[in-house]
Design a protein around this ligand. Structure first.
Ligand code: SAM
Length: 292
């Protein structure tokens, strides 16, 4: 970034923005502000009253470290260790995917289904396959006060992360998280799960090289790669989901670009009925939900 000191916060953010922009980020100014606020441990909007603040050497060194990491295109959320999703703060680590705004469509779709089938205050049991940070399950439980849920992930570090997030959000007593290869360590509750939800890895192998460097170089392949055609994880899950679901229970997936027809078809061929599709804000079919 810059070597000379002392330097004001405003100048530091400006220089950092240039450094991060040159590295290829299209959100450089906001990245620089978020990272400076994180380094100073203040809310981002407080920065705007502090542009004349002269940074001491410790503050400067920490901000510079963060800017240097971002200039290597490390995602901002891995640097700050936190990502907002469904208006909740989730701790994130490189053990799993950073929650994406698109996945909120999956949460919305499941809530819509629950509202249409007895309401969100009923007792429900929810299984989240490939839970990662736990963002989908925990967001659903934050809206459904009498629901309980199990989240599984094949990565033990992700399981611990999801447990930490459940604890931090005050949802620890309604959740269980465990290591499992999809259903392998899951026992269906009496009568089956009311909802099985998943945002599985779905990037086709040939597309892995086309991912943005922030994603390709920093987020785990295990959270991204969905086999050669991107559908491998859907096939594994759909084959077994029926025997874990309550009669009339629903299976809901996030899907990748152009995958909705194939995934809905796989669900129908295993006996799932009336798939409904929800688009994301960009008009891309993003969620498919079907009843057993
Ligand atoms: C696309 S990420 C989704 C994470 C989180 N649910 C979200 O929406 O942000 C997929 C997750 O599936 C997990 N996963 C991959 N293969 C798995 C398997 N065989 N069994 C269980 N989880 C798996 C990955 O570790 C990763 O956390």
């Amino acid at each position: 970034m810059m070597d000379q000191q002392p330097i004001s916060l405003g100048v530091c953010i400006k220089l950092g923005t240039n450094q991060i922009e040159e590295a290829g980020s299209v959100t450089a100014r906001s990245d620089a502000e978020i990272l400076a606020a994180h380094a100073l441990n203040i809310p981002r909007n407080q920065l705007y009253f502090m542009f004349d603040h002269m940074l001491n050497s410790g503050e400067y060194a920490l901000i510079k470290t963060f800017y240097d990491r971002r200039a290597l295109l490390e995602p901002v959320a891995y640097i700050t260790g936190v990502q907002e999703f469904w208006s909740l703060d989730f701790k994130v680590t490189p053990s799993t995917l950073i929650p994406r705004p698109d996945s909120e469509i999956l949460v919305e779709a499941v809530l819509k289904y629950l509202k249409a089938t007895g309401g969100i205050n009923q007792k429900r049991t929810i299984l989240d396959l490939g839970t990662g940070t736990g963002c989908i399950l925990l967001s659903l439980l934050s809206e459904c006060p009498n629901a309980i849920g199990i989240g599984v992930d094949v990565t033990t570090d992700a399981v611990q992360l999801a447990k930490d997030n459940a604890h931090n959000l005050g949802l620890g007593d309604r959740t269980q998280f465990r290591q499992s290869d999809w259903f392998d360590a899951v026992e269906a509750p009496n009568g089956g799960f009311d909802v099985i939800v998943s945002n599985p890895p779905y990037i086709p192998l040939p597309d892995m090289d086309l991912l943005m460097p922030d994603v390709k170089n920093f987020e785990p392949t295990l959270a991204l790669l969905g086999g050669h055609d991107g559908l491998e994880m859907y096939r594994s899950i759909i084959k077994r989901a029926g025997s874990y679901l309550a009669s009339n229970g629903c299976l809901a997936f996030e899907v990748g670009v152009n995958q909705v027809k194939a995934v809905a078809g796989l669900m129908q061929s295993e006996g799932f009925r009336n798939p409904t599709i929800e688009n994301d804000l960009g008009g891309i079919a993003r969620v498919v939900l079907a009843k057993k």
